[in-house]
Design a protein around this ligand. Structure first.
Ligand SMILES: N[C@@H](CCC(=O)N[C@@H](CS)C(=O)NCC(=O)O)C(=O)O
Length: 228
């Protein structure tokens, strides 16, 4: 005889941010997203460990045991560890629902993810450190050409994001209007990096305005990289 409930998966025991080690890097925009989400929710991991990307610490065997992809950020809970900034943030949003970062309304949730993924899946991956290093180190691309590459893909992506903000941000001040969502968490680090690479943002008044509004909130301003 089958035990009641034997065919339904067991719920995983609850994990807590307070028990996690957060693997972070100041200038990593994916880590920056997680820092903003932690701040908005008022959560503090047990420990924050910086992985020095410039020194290649993300590729060490020890770090790959935590995050096999060799990318930051990651949460290590001891017996289990997880990476991918949006997965970490979506888990926090489910486990600590206030304030909600992904709206409960399915259409608004889709709109928040639409902007988030436009940044995190389309812009960020082609401009990641390992891509830029491959361009200059393996393909022999010059610094100027690398910077052209960076600006090209940011502008391509921001053209779409600016148009989405015209449709979705209503009277602002944030990506979807009055409430901060995952979309803002993805936008602000991307704008920070665009400025670091001297990308001209004059064509993107809505993006610039949302960034300014977010940076007036401590969760955003306190999560900014210390060094530029
Ligand atoms: N999709 C991943 C991207 C993570 C990622 O690309 N992290 C960068 C820093 S922003 C990294 O660790 N780069 C190291 C490298 O390129 O070697 C996420 O959202 O967590």
């Amino acid at each position: 005889m089958t035990a009641p409930g034997a065919d339904s998966p067991a719920l995983t025991p609850a994990l807590r941010v307070e028990d996690a080690t957060f693997y972070n890097y100041g200038r990593s925009s994916a880590s920056f997203r997680v820092r903003i989400a932690l701040g908005l929710k008022g959560l503090a991991p047990r420990e924050i460990v910086d992985i020095d990307l410039r020194a290649g610490a993300q590729s060490s065997m020890d770090y790959r045991k935590i995050a096999p992809s060799g990318l930051v950020p990651a949460f290590d809970f001891g017996a289990q560890s997880y990476s991918q900034s949006l997965a970490l943030i979506e888990w926090m949003d489910a486990a600590y629902p206030e304030p909600r970062l992904i709206p409960q309304d399915p259409l608004r949730a889709m709109a928040a993810r639409e902007i988030s993924y436009a940044i995190a899946c389309d812009i960020h991956p082609v401009n990641n450190l390992r891509i830029l290093k491959y361009l200059t180190g393996v393909l022999g691309v010059s610094e100027n050409q690398k910077n052209d590459w960076y600006g090209h893909w940011v502008r391509q992506g921001f053209d779409g994001v600016e148009a989405l903000l015209r449709r979705r941000s209503e009277d602002g001040p944030y990506c979807l209007g009055a409430e901060v969502t995952l979309a803002d968490i993805c936008l602000v680090p991307q704008v920070f990096n665009a400025r670091r690479f001297n990308v001209d943002l004059t064509e993107y008044p809505r993006i610039v305005a949302v960034d300014a509004a977010c940076n007036r909130l401590p969760a955003f301003s306190e999560a900014r990289p210390q060094e530029t």
